[in-house]
Design a protein. Structure first.
Length: 458
C-alpha cells in the first residue's frame, strides 16, 4: 500500500466516522518501494475510531515510528500493533484515556514511555519484544490493569511499583535475564493466575505466600531447585505446573497442605519421587508426570479418590505400579506411555470408571485376567510392548471400540475376542499372527479380521 493509498483509506474512514480500522497483511504490497516507515499524521483525524489494528503494515513490518497525532484518537479502546522495526512509542500514547486493550508485538522496542502510566482505563497489556530491558516505574499507575502479558527476552528486573497493580488478576512473564521477583509481588492481592518462564530465575521469594487469591501457577525455570516454604501457604491454589525445573529433584512433604489443588503437572524435571503426603490432596483430579526420574509411585496415591486423569509417561525408571492404583474409583483416563512397565497389577481391574487406557511403548509381557472387568473401557493402546497372548476374559470388554496391539509378539488371540461387537478399529500390525497382512492392514474392519482368525485357528 502506497502512502497515497493509505491517505485515501484514512480519508474515507474519517468521512464515514469509522469505529474500526484494520490495516493488515491483505493490504500490503510486496514491492519494497511501496514500504512505508511511518504512519501519516492524518491518522489523528479518525476521532470516532475505537479499534485500530496495524499488522504487517507497509510490507515486511517496516513501520518505524508512530506520529504524535496518535494521541488525538480520544475514543480509541483497542490498539493492536505489530512491527519489526518500531523502536519506541510517542509520549502522546498517554493521551489515549479510553484505551482498554493494548497489544504490542514489536521486536525492536527498547523502552516504554513513562506516559503509559496515564492510561487509567487500560485493563489488558500484551507486550512482545526482544529488546526491552526494563519497565518504567509508571507501570504501577495502571490502576485498572487486570491482565499483564510480557514476553521480553532481555528484561532483567521488574520495578517494585509492579506491586501497585491492585486489580491485576493475570500475570504472564517470559524472559531470559530476570534473576528474582521483587518482594512487592506479594502485594498483588487480586492475582489469580501466574505464569512464569524465566531461564535465569534461581528462587521464588517468600512473599509469594501472601497471594491469597492465587489459583493457577505455571513455572518454567531451569535453575529453580526448590519451592519456598511460604509457597505451601497458598491454600486457594487449584492448578500447579512445574516445567523444565532442571534442578528440582523432590517435592517437600508440605505439598500435602495444598488441600484444594485439582491439577498437578510436573514435566522435564529430575523429580525422583513423590512424597507420601501426595495422598492428602483430596481434591486432585488431574496428575501429570512426564519426563521425570521417578522409579515408583507411593502407595498413598490410592487415596486420591477424586483423581479422574492420571498421566505418567516418558519415565524410563518406572517399571511397576502399586496395587493401590486400583483404589482410584474416579479414574477415567490413564496414560502410561513410554515407561518401562513390565506388567499391570491385578488390581487394575478395579478401575470401573476407566474408559481410556494407553500403555504403549513399555515392556509389558502379559495382562492380568482382571483387565476383562474394565466394563467402561472404550480405548486401549498397548502397541510396542512384548505381549505374546491375551487373557480369555479380554472378550468381556464389551464397550471397547478402539484397540491397538501393533508391534507386539502376539501369536494367538482368545476366542472371546469374537464377542467385541462394538469394536470399530483393531490394529494388529507386526505380530506373528496367522492373518494375511492385507487383512490386518484393513484396521477399520475388525470383525472381518477376527472372523478370519477364528475360522482358521485350530
Amino acid at each position: 500500500m502506497t502512502r497515497d493509498e493509505l491517505l485515501q483509506v484514512i480519508a474515507k474512514a474519517a468521512q464515514e466516522g469509522a469505529t474500526t480500522l484494520d490495516l493488515t497483511e491483505s493490504n500490503i504490497s510486496s514491492d519494497p518501494s511501496d514500504q512505508l516507515t511511518e504512519l501519516p499524521p492524518e491518522i489523528g483525524q479518525l476521532t470516532h475510531l475505537e479499534t485500530l489494528i496495524i499488522q504487517n503494515l507497509c510490507g515486511h513490518n517496516a513501520l518505524q515510528t508512530l506520529p504524535p497525532e496518535i494521541g488525538q484518537l480520544k475514543n480509541l479502546k483497542v490498539l493492536d500493533l505489530r512491527s519489526d522495526e518500531l523502536h519506541s512509542l510517542p509520549a502522546a500514547i498517554g493521551q489515549l484515556h479510553h484505551l482498554s486493550k493494548l497489544r504490542l508485538n514489536v521486536r525492536q522496542l527498547s523502552h516504554l514511555p513513562a506516559e503509559i502510566g496515564q492510561l487509567k482505563n487500560l485493563s489488558e497489556l500484551h507486550l512482545f519484544t526482544d529488546k526491552l530491558s526494563h519497565l518504567p516505574k509508571a507501570i504501577g499507575q495502571l490502576e485498572n490493569l487486570s491482565e499483564l502479558h510480557l514476553s521480553a527476552g532481555e528484561l532483567s528486573h521488574l520495578p517494585k511499583e509492579t506491586g501497585q497493580l491492585k486489580n491485576l488478576s493475570t500475570f504472564e512473564l517470559y524472559t531470559s535475564n530476570l534473576k528474582c521477583l521483587p518482594a512487592e509481588i506479594g502485594q498483588l492481592q487480586n492475582l489469580s493466575t501466574l505464569r512464569l518462564s524465566a531461564h535465569s530465575l534461581q528462587e521464588i521469594s517468600d512473599e509469594i505466600g501472601q497471594l491469597k487469591n492465587l489459583s493457577v501457577i505455571h513455572i518454567t525455570t531451569p535453575l529453580l531447585s526448590h519451592l519456598p516454604a511460604a509457597f505451601y501457604k497458598l491454600k486457594g491454589l487449584l492448578s500447579l505446573d512445574l516445567e523444565c525445573c532442571e534442578t528440582l529433584n523432590c517435592l517437600a512433604a508440605e505439598i500435602g497442605q495444598l488441600q484444594h489443588l485439582r491439577r498437578l503437572s510436573i514435566s522435564h524435571t529430575p523429580l525422583r519421587n513423590l512424597p507420601p503426603e501426595i495422598g492428602q490432596l483430596k481434591d486432585l483430579s488431574q496428575l501429570i508426570l512426564s519426563h521425570v526420574k521417578i522409579s515408583h509411585l507411593p502407595a498413598e496415591i490410592g487415596q486420591l479418590t477424586k483423581l479422574s486423569e492420571l498421566e505418567i509417561k516418558h519415565c524410563n525408571q518406572l517399571s511397576s505400579l502399586p496395587p493401590e492404583i486400583g483404589q482410584l474409583k474416579a479414574l477415567s483416563r490413564l496414560n502410561l506411555a513410554h515407561n518401562c512397565l513390565t506388567h499391570f497389577p491385578e488390581e487394575m481391574g478395579e478401575l470401573q470408571a476407566l474408559s481410556w487406557l494407553s500403555a504403549q511403548n513399555n515392556q509389558i509381557s502379559s495382562l492380568p485376567a482382571s483387565i476383562g472387568q474394565l466394563k467402561n473401557l472404550s480405548y486401549l493402546s498397548l502397541r510396542e510392548n512384548q505381549l505374546k497372548a491375551l487373557p480369555e476374559k479380554f472378550g468381556h470388554l464389551h464397550n471397547l471400540s478402539t484397540c491397538d496391539f501393533s508391534y507386539n509378539q502376539l501369536n494367538s488371540l482368545p476366542k472371546s475376542i469374537g464377542g467385541l461387537q462394538n469394536l470399530s478399529k483393531l490394529y494388529l500390525r507386526k505380530n506373528p499372527l496367522p492373518i494375511p497382512p492385507i487383512l490386518i492392514g484393513n484396521n477399520h474392519k475388525p470383525q472381518a479380521i477376527i472372523a478370519h482368525y477364528l475360522e482358521n485357528s485350530v
